[in-house]
Structures are given as structure tokens and as C-alpha cells.
Design a protein around this ligand. Structure first.
Ligand SMILES: Cc1cc2nc3c(=O)[nH]c(=O)nc-3n(C[C@H](O)[C@H](O)[C@H](O)COP(=O)(O)O)c2cc1C
Ligand code: SF4
Length: 673
């Protein structure tokens, strides 16, 4: 064991469970289950990968104790009937084979359930929705509360029978118990409302019932939103108060935070530093002397080690870090931490998919979340030369994947660094985490002796031909879209209006220090992610910001965390939003726009930004197609060169070079169940 990380690798015992190290995978809904609420085999494989990767304890995602009434999300796991036992047992058996412990989070969604899925009005403490614009729930009667208490107990017992080592009761994140705990959603006047003791009564009954069912040797975790980070919600001090009614039968307190309306604190936006929340766990631990879990953007093993060494928490919770890299723990223990594929907290593939649009989780940096990097066992059956044009993230993923299965790979990059757009964007102070992805790709590439990266090298057909390519990957990315709007191009050329590229160059050249932003009028055209990045830079630096979009909402296509974070920033700094608004003309110091009522207005600016999107950029693709027509050389276009999209699609297409290799008879891929 590396001394450097001795606290991470210290075993941890609670009642009759001993974890081999201090890393707990936090519960995260995946949408990998069957629509019946049963686990799928791919789902089991997903958890097995993390167990193999060395994690001490896996806390399986929230499972419903009472469906359909208490269900949450599409294909949520169920634990409210014995039918689910065999598959759950298969899961615990599989995970245990790799030396990991496993628990399951038991939950009732309350007002966060949706009648469209359940066919019934959601229930809660009172008739207050669990999020803005959510459904109005029906307050539970005392008899109903007691019925649900029993359901929790039965679910915990079932978990024990299925071979889990522990259960976690979900008392946070705007689900039923949290709806009772929070003064925002609990307006009751009976013994379940009013004082902190009363609001904690339901959770206390649940904990007591769970203990009755599981007996004295089985550890119980309780997850809470220690600070709800909402106006009128529980503060850390309030939580320390109510915990005194709950802690007796609880063995480990899993100290999370945030509600639906402050989800950027719960599933941390990328600007929060690693481990920023550990002060909350520390406060809980100091007050009750119970082991605590802390989590939140913890990606760096040194940060994890320091938190444990300081004694702020006893366990490090890691969620997205393990979606991005199932081998995080093993890499820290046995390998090189530079090999860790760090989560960049973009929330696109995980929260964006699962919470945003009901898709199964995916990941920007990991193109094989549930199946794992099994392709690494494959080798091409004959020589294959691959030339990759463009060392952006898509190109580098293709290059590394091809080299890992034995191709000879040559990457031609015109810049002096790899990473393309993501390296560039990560120069923004709030986007520095994004740098971790190109850094990882660079380290991965450096280990591959059959992969050669040529920087400062413009790709030409002649140069490419010298490598005798069997496959050419065209990964030349995208450039800002400049639609034919009167005055736009001219004012960009004249430097009156900037794109994100111009802006970042100016930031790097020190042209936008705080004093140059104070009280300046900043107008951004385009309310997508790039436009939001510009506002995120200028608004906190004192600029008067305005953002316009033709769509009915700013950030309409963003993931729920970005949306919530944006709302907080825009409200805090008074950012003006114009929606259903079209750009008509660009002047030297004004955007002329058409408002939804047809009025034409000039929005004057000191700094104007065109963030109307990106378009694919294919400087040599037509030449390549012509040069290699009627040859065996296969041309594979990926990422933004196909169509400007998110980094995630490029990574997926980079990895999908495996399918090209199969189609060209270099490889045989085994289908996964
Ligand atoms: C896709 C997704 C689903 C989540 N589902 C749950 C859940 O089922 N129960 C829960 O308590 N927290 C859930 N969380 C929160 C995580 O457990 C974790 O606390 C949070 O992501 C912060 O930790 P991290 O920065 O290590 O990811 C979810 C997070 C994500 C990204
Ligand atoms: S999609 Fe983004 S936030 Fe989610 S796990 Fe992957 S890198 Fe992290």
C-alpha cells in the first residue's frame, strides 16, 4: 500500500461489515434496470466493474420501497416485493467475489414521483410540490405514514436476505423523508409537522422499524441533505438539531446536501472545488461522534486522503468519479494516478441523461460505462495503419483505442497541443476541470508505443499517404457558426463582436480583469452552453449582462444541474434574459433584435458576443475522399466534423473505431448481453 494514501486504504468496520478501504460508491440512479424494476445483467455488470476496480463499498442506487406510489424515475429498481430477490442476490454475489461490500439505498419518492408514470397523485407531507412547477401532492394520513414505515422495514429485511451488507435510508434530496424534514415542504400541524422533532418523527419511525427488521449486527446508513441551500430550508445548524432525534440507531451518516431546487449543490456543478463539502461532514461528526461520509467533486486522491487524515469524514463518497473511471481505487493503490480518467463534472451524460431526459446514464469521458473497457483484450488480426487528422478529444479517443488493439496509429495535429476545443474552453476559470480529459488522453497516448502524435503538423493528403493508411480518421472539429445576419461577419472581423475563441484569447491575454468588466454592458447572442460560459465569466465580475435566444428558454437544452446553476447566477447578478428573440442586425456597438411582440430594439454593448453555435469544419475531407476513392482505405469522420455536438458524442464515435475495425475485418467484437 502506498504510504501517500494510507488513510484511504485503512479498513473500516461498522457492526459486522468491514470495508477494505474508505471509498464508497455513492448511490446513483442509472436507468440500467428493466422496466419491471428488476436488475438487468448489464446493470449487474456495471456494478461488477466498480467492484473489480477496488471500491470498498458500493451503495446501490435508490430502490423503491413502495411502487408505484413511491417510485422515482424510469426503470427504477424495486425492493418492495420478494420477486426482486433473485436478481438482487445475483448482484451481491457478483460484487462480493471482488472483495467489495455492497449496500442499497431504500427510498420512497413522495412528491417527486410522477402521476404520468404511477397513475396516481403523488403523496407528501403537505400539498407542496418537491420542485418548482412539479405536481401538487396529497398530504399523507397518519395511517398511510405508518404503512410506509413498515414498507421501509420490509425492504431493509429483503436487502439483508438478498445478501447486502448494509442499507442506506434516503433522508435527503427532496424525496419523501426529506419532504417531511424540510420546512419548505412540510406545513403540517400534527405530530409530523412544525418543530424539528415533529418533522423528524417520520424518519425516526422508519429508522427504528428498519433496525427492528435487520437486527443488531447490520449497519444502517442515513443520507441527509445537511444544508438544503434553499431560502427557508434547513441549514446545517437545523440538521444538526434534527439529527439528535435520528442518530441513535444509525451507524453512518452520509452527509449530502441540496434539494431539487438547489441540485447544483447536490450533484455538484463543475466550479465547486474537490471536497468542498467536507465541512458539513466534519460538523456532523463533531456533534454526534458517528462515522460520516462526505462527497462532492472528489476526484483527486490527495484531496480524499487529506479529508480522511484531517478526520473530517470517515468515508469518501464517490459518485461520478466512478462512472468516469471504474478503476479509480486500483489506480490509486497500484498504478499511476495520472492514468485516472477523471470525471470533469460536466453532468452531460450522467445527470443530463438520467434526470434530464430519462435515458440510461452515459459519460463524456467514458464511452463504455456499463460494459467497461473490455475491448482492451482484443487484438487486430493483421497489420492496420490508422492516420488520425486532429488531436481533439474525439480524435485522441479514436487514436488510443485503435492503438490499444494493436493498430499503428499516427495523429496529425496542427496546434502545439492536443485536446482541441476542450483544452481551449478549459482556459475559462470556471471550466478548468475540463482540462483533465485531454490530460488523461495525453498520458494514455504516451504509454502506447505504437501511437505517434505529430504536433504543429498540418495534415495534407501527401503527408497522410506516406503512412500507407488503411483507415483515416477525420476529426477536424468545428468552428463558430456565423449566420448570414447583416453586419455580423463584418463586426466580428473588425473586433467589435467576439466569438468564444476571441473571448478566451482575450482572457488569456489579461484583457478582461475585474476592473475591465465592472459595469460594462455585455450582450451575448445565443443561450446555449457557450453563451452561458460567457455570462458565467462576466456576471460575477460586475458586468451588466444580457443574453438573448430564439428559443423559449435560456439554456433550454442544458442538463438540469447547469440549468439550476444558471438560474442562481442569473438571479444573483441580475442577468437580463430575452427569449423568443431573434437577432436582426449587428452594429458596431449594438445588436438589433426582434422581440416576441414584434418590436425592434437595439441592445447596446461594450462587449458583444456571438454564441450562435458551432459548425463542422472539414478542411481536407473532400480531398481525402477523392484521393482514396477506389482504394481499400476507409475514411471515418467523427465528432464535430460530422456535426457540431457535445464532447460526449465525439468520445463515443472515437471509441466506435472498433466497429470500423470490425467492418473492415481487422477485429471480431463479441456482443455483450
Ligand atoms: C446520475 C446521478 C444519479 C444520482 N442518483 C442518486 C440516488 O439515487 N440517490 C442519491 O442519494 N444520490 C444520487 N445522486 C447523487 C450522488 O450520489 C452524489 O452524491 C453526487 O453525485 C455528488 O458526488 P460526486 O461528485 O462524487 O458525483 C445521483 C447523482 C447522479 C450524477
Ligand atoms: S458525464 Fe460528465 S459529470 Fe457525468 S460522470 Fe461523465 S464526466 Fe462526470
Amino acid at each position: 500500500m502506498k504510504k501517500e494514501y494510507q488513510h484511504i486504504f485503512e479498513p473500516f468496520t461498522v457492526r459486522r461489515m468491514t470495508m477494505k478501504n474508505r471509498i464508497m460508491m455513492t448511490p446513483m440512479g442509472t436507468n440500467y434496470g428493466e422496466s419491471s424494476g428488476e436488475m438487468s445483467f448489464l446493470h449487474i455488470n456495471y456494478y461488477e466493474q466498480r467492484a473489480k476496480g477496488g471500491v470498498g463499498l458500493i451503495m446501490v442506487e435508490n430502490a423503491s420501497v413502495d411502487s408505484p406510489e413511491g417510485s422515482n424515475g424510469t426503470t427504477q429498481l424495486r425492493i418492495d416485493h420478494d420477486n426482486y430477490l433473485p436478481r438482487l442476490f445475483k448482484l451481491t454475489e457478483t460484487v462480493h467475489k471482488h472483495g467489495a461490500c455492497i449496500g442499497i439505498q431504500i427510498n420512497h419518492a413522495g412528491a417527486s414521483a410522477q402521476s404520468a408514470r404511477t397513475n396516481m397523485q403523488p403523496v407528501s407531507a403537505s400539498d407542496i410540490p418537491s420542485k418548482a412547477g412539479g405536481e401538487i401532492p396529497r398530504p399523507l394520513s397518519k395511517d398511510e405514514i405508518m404503512r410506509i414505515v413498515k414498507k421501509y422495514g420490509e425492504a431493509a429485511k429483503r436487502a439483508q436476505i438478498a445478501g447486502f451488507d448494509t442499507v442506506e435510508i434516503h433522508g435527503g434530496h427532496s424525496y419523501l423523508l426529506s419532504q417531511f424534514l424540510s420546512p419548505i415542504t412540510n406545513k403540517r400541524t400534527d405530530e409530523f409537522g412544525g418543530s424539528l422533532e415533529n418533522r423528524a418523527r417520520f424518519a425516526r419511525l422508519v429508522i427504528e422499524e428498519v433496525r427492528r427488521q435487520v437486527g443488531p449486527f447490520f449497519p444502517i446508513f442515513l443520507r441527509i441533505s445537511a444544508d438544503e441551500f434553499m431560502e427557508g430550508g434547513n441549514t446545517l445548524e437545523d440538521s444538526l438539531e434534527y439529527l439528535k432525534y435520528l442518530e441513535k440507531e444509525v451507524d453512518v451518516i452520509d452527509v449530502s446536501c441540496g434539494l431539487n431546487g438547489s441540485i447544483q449543490y447536490q450533484i455538484d456543478a463543475n466550479h465547486f472545488p474537490d471536497g468542498w463539502r467536507s465541512y458539513m461532514a466534519k460538523a456532523v461528526k463533531e456533534r454526534f461522534g458517528k462515522p460520516c461520509v462526505t462527497m462532492g467533486n472528489i476526484r483527486d486522491p490527495h484531496v480524499a486522503e487529506d479529508i480522511l487524515a484531517r478526520g473530517d469524514a470517515d468515508l469518501i463518497g464517490m459518485g461520478r468519479g466512478l462512472i468516469a473511471d471504474p478503476d479509480w481505487v486500483n489506480k490509486v493503490e497500484f498504478g499511476d494516478v495520472c492514468d485516472i480518467r477523471k470525471c470533469i463534472s460536466c453532468n452531460v451524460g450522467c445527470a443530463g441523461n438520467r434526470i434530464g431526459v430519462n435515458r440510461p446514464i452515459r459519460c463524456t469521458v467514458n464511452p463504455a460505462v456499463p460494459e467497461g473497457d473490455i475491448y482492451k483484450a482484443l487484438k487486430v488480426n493483421k497489420n492496420c495503419n490508422v492516420v488520425v487528422v486532429g488531436a481533439g478529444t474525439a480524435g485522441m479517443e479514436a487514436a488510443c483505442t485503435a492503438a490499444e488493439v494493436g493498430c499503428n496509429v499516427f495523429v496529425l495535429e496542427k496546434n502545439d497541443h492536443i485536446g482541441g476545443l476542450s483544452t481551449f474552453i478549459s482556459d475559462l476559470p470556471s471550466k478548468t476541470r475540463m482540462k483533465d480529459f485531454p490530460k488523461y488522453l495525453e498520458a494514455r497516448a504516451a504509454r502506447l508505443k505504437n501511437l505517434y502524435v505529430f504536433l504543429n503538423t498540418e495534415a495534407t493528403v501527401d503527408k497522410i499517404k506516406q503512412f500507407k493508411p488503411d483507415i483515416v480518421v477525420n476529426a477536424t472539429g468545428s468552428v463558430p457558426l456565423v449566420p448570414p445576419i447583416k453586419g455580423l461577419k463584418e463586426n466580428i472581423d473588425a473586433g467589435n463582436v467576439n466569438t468564444i475563441f476571441g473571448m478566451i484569447n482575450n482572457v488569456n491575454a489579461g484583457k478582461y480583469p475585474e476592473e475591465a468588466c465592472q459595469s460594462k454592458k455585455v450582450v451575448v447572442v445565443g443561450g446555449g452552453s457557450v453563451g452561458l460560459d460567457v455570462i458565467e465569466y462576466f456576471a460575477p465580475r460586475g458586468a451588466e449582462c444580457t443574453i438573448i435566444d430564439m428559443l423559449p428558454q435560456i439554456g433550454m437544452l442544458a442538463d438540469p444541474i447547469t440549468k439550476c446553476s444558471m438560474r442562481e447566477t442569473h438571479d444573483k447578478y441580475g442577468v437580463k434574459e430575452y427569449v423568443n428573440t431573434a437577432l436582426q442586425e449587428v452594429k458596431e456597438n449594438a445588436f438589433t433584435v426582434k422581440l416576441p411582440d414584434g418590436t425592434i430594439q437595439d441592445l447596446t454593448f461594450d462587449y458583444g458576443f456571438n454564441c450562435l453555435g458551432m459548425r463542422s469544419n472539414n478542411p481536407i475531407l473532400p480531398e481525402l475522399q477523392e484521393a482514396f476513392a477506389d482504394t481499400h482505405t476507409y475514411i471515418y469522420t467523427i465528432g464535430d466534423s460530422v456535426r457540431a455536438r457535445r464532447i460526449m458524442e465525439g468520445t463515443m464515435e472515437g471509441r466506435a473505431i472498433l466497429n470500423v475495425l470490425e467492418s473492415q475485418d481487422y477485429l471480431h467484437l463479441e456482443p455483450l448481453e
